[in-house]
Design a protein around this ligand. Sequence first.
Ligand SMILES: NC(=O)c1ccc[n+]([C@@H]2O[C@H](COP(=O)([O-])OP(=O)(O)OC[C@H]3O[C@@H](n4cnc5c(N)ncnc54)[C@H](OP(=O)(O)O)[C@@H]3O)[C@@H](O)[C@H]2O)c1
Length: 258
Amino acid sequence: MSTPRLRDKTAIITGATGGIGEATAKMFLQEGANVMLVGRSEEKLRATRDRLAAGKRAAISVADAADEKATAAAVAATVQTFGGVDILFANAGMEGIVKNIEDVAMQDFERLLRTNVLGVWLGMKHCVAPMKKRGGGSMITVGSIASVVGFPGLGPYIASKHAVYGLTKTAAMELGGLRIRVNAIGPGPIDNRMTQSLGNQMSPDDPKGFREQFSNTIAMKRYGTNEEVASLALFLASDESSYCTGGIFMIDGGFAAA
Ligand SMILES: NC(=O)c1ccc[n+]([C@@H]2O[C@H](COP(=O)([O-])OP(=O)(O)OC[C@H]3O[C@@H](n4cnc5c(N)ncnc54)[C@H](OP(=O)(O)O)[C@@H]3O)[C@@H](O)[C@H]2O)c1
């Protein structure tokens, strides 16, 4: 039997109640990690933990991504429960409302930036000290194709995901000497709630047609799966990616190659 790829490691997963978050938690647990599931709804976190059925290797902590106190408490709870932190999967994020630049309301833009940008920064900020104690670690942020291209109607989301990539590169440069690696994942459309919401907003009368049209702009002509994204997160979390830092790893069926 092969050695589990995350044996003796502890991971924090934000947005653990969502499609990509839960699939990643499942894979990390299968590969031997302890996992702290972080989310904003205690009820959803409990349900996720129950589905994962990993006993004491999965714990939960309630934190809004943009709440610094709650994020610091989630990191502290991880150290207390599992003895340290090796991996941060900064995955919590929202798509927001689809509107052109001239129609976006201030509070909607701010809310999205708080979750998608400040949330990622806060996770990084509070994981540095425990990772230093461990002598290294891996931070994985969730960017998007929206980190590298624009898209009409998605100004706040696009701005937030470009910012995630910028933060990732900066953190990689600051933390490389401490053996803390920082990489971004850049998913294309993934077959889950978020993409459904975007399809419904972009094309309320024909979300199916929107999906078909969008799929045709992807080299592989299909949406990806939560599990495909989780596999990439697993590679970046594990020691197999020991010389990877500061990169954005696209997982988009070739969308951004166009
Ligand atoms: N789906 C895609 O096609 C796609 C493509 C590229 C990138 N991404 C990125 O992938 C990440 C995960 O999204 P997903 O696709 O798995 O969608 P999802 O199922 O909607 O998951 C989003 C997760 O983020 C959490 N979240 C949202 N706002 C939060 C807040 N203020 N505080 C704490 N948690 C919050 C959600 O919690 P609740 O369950 O409580 O709502 C949920 O757990 C996001 O960063 C997203 O931008 C997704």
